[in-house]
Design a protein around this ligand. Sequence first.
Ligand SMILES: Nc1nc2c(ncn2[C@@H]2O[C@H](COP(=O)(O)OP(=O)(O)OP(=O)(O)O)[C@@H](O)[C@H]2O)c(=O)[nH]1
Ligand SMILES: [Mg+2]
Length: 463
Amino acid sequence: MISHDTIVALATASGAGAIAVIRVSGKEAIAMCSSLFKAVNGKILSEQPSHTIHLGHIMDGNRMLDEVLVSLFKGTRSYTGEPTVEISCHGSTYIQQEIIQLLLRKGCRMANAGEFTLRAFINGKLDLSQAEAVADLIASDSEASHKVAMQQMRGGFSNEIKNLRDELLNFASLIELELDFAEEDVEFANRTQFQDLISRITVVLKRLIDSFAIGNVIKNGIPVAIVGEPNVGKSTLLNALLNEERAIVSDIAGTTRDTIEDEIIIGGVSFRFIDTAGIRETKDVVESIGIQKTFEKIEQAQVVMYLIDSSAIDATGIAAINVEINKIKNKYPQKPLIVIANKVDKLTAEETTHLQEHIAELFLLSAKQNIGTEELKNRLLEFVNTGALRNDETIVTNSRHYDSLVKALEEIDKVQYGIDNGLSGDLMAIDIRQALYFFGEITGEITSDDLLGNIFANFCIGK
Ligand SMILES: Nc1nc2c(ncn2[C@@H]2O[C@H](COP(=O)(O)OP(=O)(O)OP(=O)(O)O)[C@@H](O)[C@H]2O)c(=O)[nH]1
Ligand SMILES: [Mg+2]
């Protein structure tokens, strides 16, 4: 994992742009760049002080390749913790490629995905959870996902884990020390303080584990399935929510044959809407495949919107709809379900009241006239517990951290059991060591090459 080569990569998005940044990091970075850079003021780049910017030209022998600005980071005072040079050149793909080729000829190697951040981690500039937050930050596309990534990058959550780990480590050594003095029957580890620590750790772990429910939602969005019979207006609703003509709408039943998905951000949280083919018993092969998919989509969704066409219902229709609603409720009792009467623009006030009296908790909507869509968005937001987000609490968004936290809590529970039942120190020491191991996995005190490889492979090249 640890390599001492000097690495190079394009740090900006690939393709042409106004400016591109090429990043070089490693022992030889400054010498290599210095040898192809000719400063306008005639000074030698490698002799300049750290944290300075220089105007000049990149030279391929006698050929002037581009006019650039070069930022110099000497010693360990850089993102990676190694000597680093950032070349801001003009954003032509030709220039980018030529400069990178030049550096490769000077002895640089192309950086692997995430290798700059990997080096930052290895050189102690970031802990592992902070490094992972860098990837989350780059991927963040909503206010909420940005906020939690920033929080994690500033180290809020790993500091908490690190402090608890240190305290626990201290007790582990004291308890292990007692084992060396087994004959004397001494207690180095104050049992009251130890119990207090275990209680505090339990509270923190439970809070962090619980926060994953919202953390996961923030990171991945909430899938919402739009279901109902053909022609009730599902695709019209999708379009109204997205504010664009995403799905084809027509008065022919069975217009949507496949599923259509798209995302919008409501209150900082991203929702992914899934428009499906209408649910109906059918002999049409294509449509029945669509219906199969509808049930699959309900499985995957966290919220279900069940649409009915309020303009096409009589008394028997109402009974049939209540049967359908109960079917969904029985099959997916845990899943929030919004029953929506669409096309209310076609109803008289009396008809509307009549419907509301016969179908429980009915939400009134006209997807076509855009009546009720804003209220519907607010209703969706109510399903998300955004309290933690508003209160600036630490939120776990990474499933790897979640796994380690759950395992750490299992071990801490065993330690608690040991305290409650007066278990011997040598047995407790084993559980404490196990818990320490899982804490260490989060912040990166304990890592394996496989783990690091997995994490950094998901980064972009140049980060
Ligand atoms: N008056 C009125 N018509 C609507 C409303 N919503 C949808 N429609 C009409 O109802 C018809 C069917 O709409 P779609 O959105 O295609 O219905 P769907 O549920 O997606 O239908 P399938 O894809 O066939 O399952 C179209 O002619 C729409 O213009 C509404 O709120 N009011
Ligand atoms: Mg449709």
